[in-house]
Design a protein around this ligand. Structure first.
Ligand SMILES: C=CC1=C(C)c2cc3[nH]c(cc4nc(cc5[nH]c(cc1n2)c(C)c5CCC(=O)O)C(CCC(=O)O)=C4C)c(C)c3C=C
Ligand SMILES: [Fe+2]
Length: 416
């Protein structure tokens, strides 16, 4: 599926814009330019990212500005109940990404003596490029007779040097990543999916993110992370499908056939020691990263997208330090290993000691975490100059099944 195929028209929640049918009926309607609101205001076009396709949206589709990520534990022993929830979630997700309420009737039209079937805080908001992406954790395969379907690549991540993981922010039987250009749209989606999951799943942990920390398309400007550096310059991009086939999408003969067209999601909550960083000189900050803070260019080069040169000598040795982050994470250092980064900044107030609880919610998608994320993180955790300023405090890995075709549901290639 091309980027273009993922973008359809502007849809808005029924309450505001009048009668709109079910999600299924909306598929393929295409761009409806300049939809008018009840108040007569024009709303922007093309903020629907199509839900169905070969791959799940929210992986190589352009990274939105906001994220709400949730990990669930399964609380039922009934495979039937769990599959019923996946089917219900799929219908809801398709409606939500089209800017509709979760169910017909929704927040206020379901009868005053009934509990509303939508919580209502997204009434009047547009689809906002919402994407919803599901993933299954290693522990899910201990249930429902799924052991033989567990991919070899889906194992709990090993302990890395200097990890300080909080079990309350790690793992999970399954996850949903919601990304949107409006935070309320992302939160509304997760809230309603969690609400209908009551009795079948329960929230284990969740994370809000603001400000994407990578680009997944060459059409996007490179954003900055909370250390003030451009982040995502050398990321894999949607415009290079052969690199995505090599590094992001699982192939049919990789391991488990049900994962063909899917990908593995690695999530790491990385605390950034903002106060220490903010007392560090610009020269040291640039040495640590290996790029110029202003332009994003590799040290020793002029422009952001100039190639990294690890050999050229500056006045104090190689321009790019031997322990610089970009040197250690580069595919040249790792025998060609690459992955797709899709993380977000976070700030969760302060930690009780006067420090911001802030950082990077790192999300990577890859074809095999064991041969891509693990060697990369091992190289970084052993030597990266950045380690003085960061700490990994949460960790999880999930298998994201392929996209859903018509009449399929999230995970149907696994459960059918
Ligand atoms: C295991 C993978 C990675 C983790 C964890 C990680 C954390 C992390 N990164 C930054 C800031 C930057 N990273 C940059 C580049 C970069 N980072 C990774 C991987 C991880 N980063 C890769 C593969 C790359 C690209 C390397 C290359 O080939 O050039 C950059 C430079 C800009 C860019 O190319 O994106 C910055 C800045 C922080 C702050 C952080 C943890 C908090
Ligand atoms: Fe990085």
């Amino acid at each position: 599926m091309s980027l273009q195929d993922n973008k359809t028209g502007q849809f808005s929640r029924r309450r505001l814009f009048g009668a709109v049918g079910t999600g299924a009926a909306l598929v393929g309607v295409g761009a409806i330019a300049g939809h008018a609101t009840a108040s007569g205001a024009e709303v922007p076009t093309s903020d629907v990212v199509e839900f169905r396709g070969d791959h799940q949206a929210g992986i190589v589709t352009p990274a939105q500005d906001r994220m709400h990520f949730v990990a669930f534990d399964i609380t039922t022993d009934s495979r039937e109940d769990f599959v019923a929830l996946l089917k219900k979630w799929t219908l809801m997700a398709e409606r939500l990404v089209h800017g509709e309420e979760t169910f017909d009737g929704g927040a206020v039209d379901g009868g005053e003596y009934n509990v509303p079937s939508d919580t209502g805080e997204a009434l009047g908001l547009t689809a906002s490029s919402l994407t919803l992406t599901i993933g299954f954790g290693p522990s899910m395969f201990d249930r429902f007779d799924l052991a033989s379907k567990k991919p070899a690549s889906l194992a709990d991540l090993q302990h890395f040097p200097a990890d300080n993981l909080d079990p309350r922010r790690s793992g999970g039987d399954l996850c949903i990543q919601a990304c949107a250009d409006d935070p309320q749209v992302a939160v509304h989606a997760i809230r309603n999916l969690a609400r209908v999951g009551f009795g079948t799943v329960s929230v284990k942990w969740s994370q809000l993110g603001f400000g994407r920390t990578s680009s997944t398309s060459t059409t996007q400007a490179t954003p900055r992370n909370l250390f003030g550096f451009k982040d995502g310059t050398a990321n894999l991009k949607a415009e290079d499908p052969s690199l995505l086939d090599d590094n992001v999408w699982v192939a049919a003969d990789d391991d488990q056939e049900w994962m063909a067209g899917g990908s593995y999601l690695v999530a790491r909550r990385i605390r950034m020691l903002i106060e220490s960083w903010d007392r560090t000189t610009l020269k040291e900050q640039e040495r640590v990263i290996g790029r110029s803070k202003g332009t994003g260019a590799p040290l020793g080069q002029k422009d952001e997208f100039d190639a990294l040169d690890f050999e050229s000598q500056g006045p104090e040795g190689t321009f790019i330090d031997k322990t610089a982050h970009v040197r250690l994470a580069s595919n040249e250092n790792l025998g060609g290993v690459q992955l797709l980064r899709r993380g977000y900044n976070f700030t969760d107030g302060s930690d009780g000691f006067g420090h911001l609880d802030a950082g990077l919610f790192f999300i990577a998608y890859c074809r095999d975490p064991l041969t891509q994320f693990v060697p990369m993180q091992l190289a970084l955790s052993r030597k990266d100059a950045l380690n003085e300023y960061i700490q990994h405090v949460g960790s999880a890995v999930f298998a994201c099944p392929p996209g859903v075709e018509e009449s399929e549901y999230w995970g149907s290639t696994l459960f059918e």
